[in-house]
Ligand binder design. Sequence first.
Ligand code: G1P
Ligand code: ZN
Length: 543
Amino acid sequence: MTIKKISTTPYQGQNPGTSGLRKKVKVFQQKNYLENFVQSIFNSLDNYQGQTLVVGGDGRYGNIPATQTILKMAAANGFGRVIVGCNALLSTPAASCIIRKYSAFGGIVLSASHNPGGPDEDFGIKYNISNGGPAPEKYTDAMYEQSKSITEYKILQGDDIALDRVAELALGDMKISILDPVVDYAELMAEIFDFDAIKTLFKSGFTMKFDAMHAITGPYAKNIIEDVLGAPAGTVLNEKPLEDFGKGHPDPNLTYAKELVECLFGKNAPDFGAASDGDGDRNMILGNNFFVTPSDSLAVLTANAECVPAYKNGLSGVARSMPTSCAVDNVAKELGINCFETPTGWKFFGNLMDAHKVTLCGEESFGTGSNHVREKDGLWAVLFWLNILAAKKQSVEQIVTEHWAKYGRNIYSRHDYEAVDKAKAEQLVENLRNGFEALKGATFNGMKVAFADDFSYTDSVDGSVSTKQGVRIVFEDGSRIVFRLSGTGTEGATLRIYLERFEPDIKKQREDAQISLADLITIADDIAGVRKFTGRDAPTVIT
Ligand code: G1P
Ligand code: ZN
């Protein structure tokens, strides 16, 4: 087979960043666009000749043709072996698991996470390093540099590979191992959790619905929850991965996982409900008529980790992103373990895990994970909850309300103003930064400001410093308002306002979060001029 060198001109024009390159399918369909980026990844790496690369994606439109291209380019560039999921499928956490398990050099994950899929929607490509986690900035910066000066790419001329069955094949000098995308991941889950206890739970008549949202977790959930753990058929909804996710928006939250939410808040609701996103790394947890915030979920998992065989000997520490509520901090304090506060984004957790400083971590944006892989992991979080429910024999609501009674409740909400004028949103944040001194000691509605700053983080492992990670206004009673601009929004700017208040009084803990946070919401507007700068009367999305 011949290796062809094809001349190309760079038009990447964008740093992929640690969440990878995400663009409309139409952009990826431009001649040589994908090839340029893949070759730029390879050009930025050293010493991969003869090594193993893992490839797979979330099944969205474009997944299979892109995989065929990557296989031929990996062969032409000298990789020794590619491990690829059958039908080019791999969830993000499963890709991370496989990279680690087979000591691969790295992996390419084809996904635009929770963004919609289809010919007019989004596609994405991300490189993960040998620890199984997203490539850190020094890698993505190098890829970007390569993409600006690329003049040719290498590709093997040949037929497409049949990816529809498990097989060991060759492409030129390169081996291709086509694996069942579920097996290795399911084995890892069986090592972590008490599957027998969960099987007994389902046998006792416990009911659950898992909404795969026609995305990648369908086959994983079907296998693990129904086939292995014995939940009745029909427990997993929308299990078939579709190229356009059934025209849905595969983001597990109260707005987009509508079918599941209606079911769990309806008559005859099941005991437990959960959903995951496009590529399987996010999760939403629901009880019968009950929503568990991701911040509370992390705290509950931490407090009950001893129910899970893999964590029963204790946690080395926990971490949360700065805007995530402080609920987990209260648990860590009682357990006598460290709680790290990192900037938003998963990359900061990887270093802490590699250094064995944390076992569990999470973000308010429906991401939870542990050191079993180096990505957040949706189904893992769901199994963790099932393991706790099986061990405690209580409802989701009982577990969470008893948790609040013991630790207090960190009442929490996030208000998003999407697609607002970028210059104005930046001005709002800049004005806040210029006003820290004036805010100090000021009183609003009887609440005194303890301090205001722009969060900055020094990585305790590699010493790197990240500045301007979000404006915090912290009051003397511990209440907080955090303002930051989204780094992932695609239209204009997205302003996120995170509101948090601690409520120790058990009688007031059941109050609706928006009512309970009303004072803080008003104060946020007073201090930042939210309505004035956004031109909006209300947030686009309230979580
Ligand atoms: C959002 C979430 C953040 C998450 C990221 C990638 O980023 O807020 O927690 O890590 O997506 O899934 P943002 O748009 O806020 O920058
Ligand atoms: Zn995702």
